[in-house]
Design a protein around this ligand. Structure first.
Ligand code: CA
Length: 232
């Protein structure tokens, strides 16, 4: 059965546009015109992904996002946010809100579908159960748990993926464009500031192990190659 995408958007024109384009791409689509109804439908019908407008009557998109993230059953549900120009991207992508990705209106349906597919690919469960240890940082790909000195970090799904990618390539300089392609799965190059926002968040959450992610001026980021490393 094709994957169900939930569209929460109060503007009928955009809602219809999304529904039309998503269905043409083979998705099943459920729509809601207000936040409360949308939230109920998310919990009732368990979509594979959500396209969420931020400016909604009743309950705002951010309130909905918060509830989705708080609920264990929907904690990792991919959410692509639609924003007006000038929204505060840092906050949106950060831990407080936890959007997986965002698009600024007006957007092209083709781009939205590319982003959505990337989110859906990423949310597929990892088959090989691996753990990575770097310093006091430990990453478990199966449970998607990250700990520093035994203390669990609260990471967004994207932050976790970014950290795993970097930790798998210690000592190698990785450009922002490469991170966008490999971690975000974009088919195009751009919006490199997104990467910086996520790295900044990650460093804050890593605390004493923030040293593990080095900035290489003009080139990108490098995960610290420790002398003695264990990977299993
Ligand atoms: Ca709106």
């Amino acid at each position: 059965m094709s994957e169900l995408v939930m569209v929460i958007e109060d503007e009928k024109e955009i809602r219809d546009l999304l529904k039309y384009n998503l269905e043409r791409e083979g998705f099943r689509v459920a729509t809601a015109a207000d936040g409360e109804q949308g939230l109920q439908q998310i919990f009732a019908s368990r979509p594979a992904a959500v396209v969420l407008d931020l400016m909604l009557p009743g309950r705002s998109g951010l309130e909905i996002l918060r509830e989705v993230r708080e609920e264990p059953a929907t904690h990792d549900l991919p959410v692509l946010v639609l924003t007006a120009r000038g929204a505060e991207m840092d906050k949106l992508l950060g831990f407080e809100h936890g959007a997986d990705d965002y698009l600024t209106k007006p957007f092209s349906p083709r781009e939205l579908i590319a982003r959505l597919r990337a989110l859906l690919r990423r949310s597929q469960p990892v088959k090989n159960d691996t753990s990575i240890t770097r310093g006091t940082l430990k990453l478990e790909s199966h449970s998607r748990e990250a700990t520093v000195a035994g203390v669990r970090l609260t990471l967004t799904p994207r932050e976790f993926d970014l950290l795993v990618f970097l930790a798998r390539h210690p000592g190698r300089v990785v450009s922002r464009d490469e991170l966008l392609r490999k971690v975000w799965g974009y088919d195009y190059v751009g919006e490199t500031r997104t990467v910086d926002v996520h790295v900044r968040r990650l460093r804050m959450k890593l605390g004493e192990e923030a040293r593990l992610i080095e900035t290489v001026t003009g080139a990108g980021y490098k995960f610290l190659a420790l002398e003695r490393e264990t990977a299993s």
